[in-house]
Design a protein around this ligand. Structure first.
Ligand code: CAA
Length: 299
């Protein structure tokens, strides 16, 4: 009897099911940026937001980005039209039953995210991955809200999403290896560089970044130097693309305050307490670029 070698070793890993369609929940800066890069990568993208004007603004922003890219010669008319044809605004999660991946980019509030994950888990198939773009909330906690925690993962993009190459892929306590592998393959397909991290408050990026921003705000509040000087020191002395105060305005001062509160509460160390000046600006509605004023004014 002749025995021929099997074409595939018995313990070879099964081929990963690729992500063919994505639902992005939340059409703010992050959500619309994520939907944009998904469509640009040739993957069907659905965008939903419970607030209809935000959805319209998000879709409008994506269109404007593609028009700018064509005007600057970075993309052809045809490429932009193809990308546009792959993205669709939908009214509710019920319109996204067949998607392979849900990425939530809603408000940084644990209860709101838990409720959304419960709704998403019921709306999409059992094989779909549920990802959160949270900047600091525990993935393990969000996973506990759904029946299959192994399919929940963190997928943390950086602002501006179309420009910055990093995504943190966050492994919760129950996240399966398959979910991590499919998520990493998806991030690579977007042209991003995934870095896997474990589920600790703030992950790596915000655990390191926010104390620096907070310290710059303390320095400003104590009169060490004015905002432009603090930012100039970090841009010109450390080669940061923008200073920490300008960056805080880009991120949103309310978001910075939320992340610091999560770090302080969940790590239990007061070294993460927010600078009083940050609290005052947020209380005054000065949230950075999105409100027209933070450490700087924006027209
Ligand atoms: N959307 C899309 N593209 C954008 C953009 C946006 N919002 N802002 C800038 N760009 C593009 C521009 O079109 C330009 O592309 P081309 O060269 O092809 O024309 C390119 O980026 C460079 O832009 P500019 O010349 O206008 O400005 P710049 O060189 O000063 O870069 C910047 C602007 C990309 C924002 C840069 O200053 C930078 O990288 N800053 C640091 C941003 C950062 O650290 N982000 C992370 C924040 S933390 C976070 O997001 C996570 C969290 O959880 C808080």
């Amino acid at each position: 009897m002749t025995v021929t070698a099997s074409p595939q070793a018995p313990d070879a890993p099964a081929a990963l099911e690729p992500i063919r369609s994505v639902l992005v929940v939340g059409a703010g800066t992050m959500g619309s940026g994520i939907a944009q890069v998904v469509a640009e990568a040739g993957i069907a993208a659905l965008l939903v937001d419970s607030h209809a004007p935000s959805l319209a603004r998000g879709m409008g922003g994506i269109d404007a980005a593609w028009e700018r890219a064509v005007a600057k010669g970075r993309r052809s008319e045809e490429e932009a039209a193809n990308a546009r044809s792959r993205i669709r605004a939908v009214a509710s999660l019920a319109d996204a039953a067949g998607v392979d991946l849900v990425i939530e980019a809603i408000v940084e509030n644990v209860e709101a995210k838990e409720a959304l994950f419960r709704e998403a888990a019921a709306a999409v198939g059992p094989g779909a991955i549920l990802a959160s773009n949270t900047s600091s909330i525990s993935i393990t906690r969000l996973a506990a809200a759904v029946p299959q925690p192994e399919r929940v993962v963190g997928l943390h993009f950086f602002n501006p999403v179309p420009v910055l190459p990093l995504v943190e892929v966050v492994r919760g306590l129950g996240t399966s290896d398959e979910t991590i592998a499919r998520t990493i393959a998806f991030a690579r397909r977007l042209g991003k560089t995934p870095v896997e991290v474990n589920d600790f408050p703030g992950f790596v990026a915000n655990r390191v970044l926010l104390p620096m921003i907070n310290e710059a705000i303390f320095a400003l509040g104590e009169g060490v130097a004015d905002a432009a000087s603090i930012d100039a020191v970090m841009r010109l002395g450390m080669s940061h693309p923008m200073g920490p105060l300008a960056l805080a305005d880009l991120i949103g001062l309310d978001v910075c305050l939320d992340i610091l509160a999560t770090l302080q509460r969940d790590i239990g160390d007061d070294k993460y307490r927010a600078a009083p000046l940050l609290r005052r600006l947020v209380a005054a509605g000065k949230l950075g670029r999105k409100s027209g004023e933070g450490f700087y004014r924006y027209d």
